[in-house]
Design a protein around this ligand. Structure first.
Ligand SMILES: CC(C)(COP(=O)(O)OP(=O)(O)OC[C@H]1O[C@@H](n2cnc3c(N)ncnc32)[C@H](O)[C@@H]1OP(=O)(O)O)[C@@H](O)C(=O)NCCC(=O)NCCS
Length: 181
C-alpha cells in the first residue's frame, strides 16, 4: 500500500463477508494473536459485525456483542496485515463504540493482547472479576479459564452508571421474572 492515507469505507457485514471475515480472523488466530471463530458463530452473529474496505479490497472487521444491559464487548477486531497501522483498526473500533452508544450501553469491554491499541482509544485495564457477565458466560467455557493471559479493558461511555462487581450484580435466576436495573 502507498504511504498516502487510504480511503477507508466501513459498512455492516452481509452474507458475502462471512468467508473473508473467517479467513482473516482464523489466519491471525493461527498466529496466536486472537481467538478463532467458527463459520457458524460468524453467521449467527453476522449482525454484530462491521467490515472495512480499502479501494474495494476487504481490509478488516470487528464485532460488537451485547453482553448485558450495561456492557458490550468488542470482539474479533482484525485488520489484514498489509493494511495495518493506517488507522483502520481505530475506525472499526470507533464505529463499534458508536453502535454501543446508540444502544444506550454504559460500558464497552474487550479481552486483548494489544493493550496499546485499546489504551489509545481510552480503554483502561480492569480486573477480570469486575466483568461477571463475561466471566460467567464465555470464560467458563474457555479452555484458558484458569490461565487466562488476555488483558481485560473497559471504556466507560456513561460515567454515572454503576460498575457492578461480582458481589452486587443481579444475574438472572431461572424461574424468576427478568428485571433491568
Ligand atoms: C490490533 C489491530 C486490530 C490494530 O489495527 P490497526 O489498523 O493496525 O491499528 P491502527 O492503525 O488503527 O492504530 C490505532 C492506534 O493504535 C496503535 N496500535 C496499533 N496496534 C498496536 C499494537 N499492537 N500495540 C500498541 N499500539 C498499537 C497505533 O500505533 C495507533 O496509534 P496512534 O493513534 O498514536 O497512531 C491489528 O493490528 C490487528 O488486526 N492485529 C491482529 C489481531 C488482533 O490482535 N486483534 C485484537 C484482538 S482483541
Amino acid at each position: 500500500m502507498t504511504s498516502t492515507s487510504p480511503t477507508i469505507v466501513l459498512s455492516r457485514a452481509t452474507i458475502e463477508h462471512v468467508e473473508p471475515i473467517m479467513d482473516l480472523v482464523n489466519g491471525l488466530a493461527a498466529q496466536g494473536v486472537m481467538l478463532p471463530r467458527s463459520p457458524a458463530s460468524i453467521v449467527e452473529k453476522l449482525r454484530d459485525f462491521v467490515v472495512a474496505y480499502v479501494d474495494g479490497e476487504f481490509a478488516g472487521c470487528g464485532a460488537l456483542a451485547v453482553i448485558w444491559t450495561d456492557i458490550a464487548e468488542i470482539r474479533s477486531i482484525a485488520v489484514d496485515p498489509k493494511f495495518q497501522k493506517f488507522g483502520i483498526g481505530r475506525d472499526i473500533a470507533l464505529r463499534l463504540i458508536d453502535d454501543a452508544e446508540e444502544l444506550g450501553i454504559a460500558r464497552v469491554m474487550a479481552f486483548t493482547y494489544v493493550l496499546g491499541f485499546f489504551e489509545k482509544l481510552g480503554f483502561e485495564v480492569v480486573e477480570h472479576s469486575s466483568l461477571p457477565h463475561k466471566v460467567f458466560t464465555d470464560c467458563l467455557n474457555c479452555p484458558k479459564f484458569h490461565k487466562c493471559d488476555e488483558i481485560a479493558v473497559v471504556k466507560v461511555l456513561k460515567p454515572s452508571e454503576p460498575t457492578p462487581g461480582l458481589s452486587n450484580v443481579a444475574l438472572p435466576t431461572p424461574g424468576q421474572p427478568f428485571r433491568i436495573g
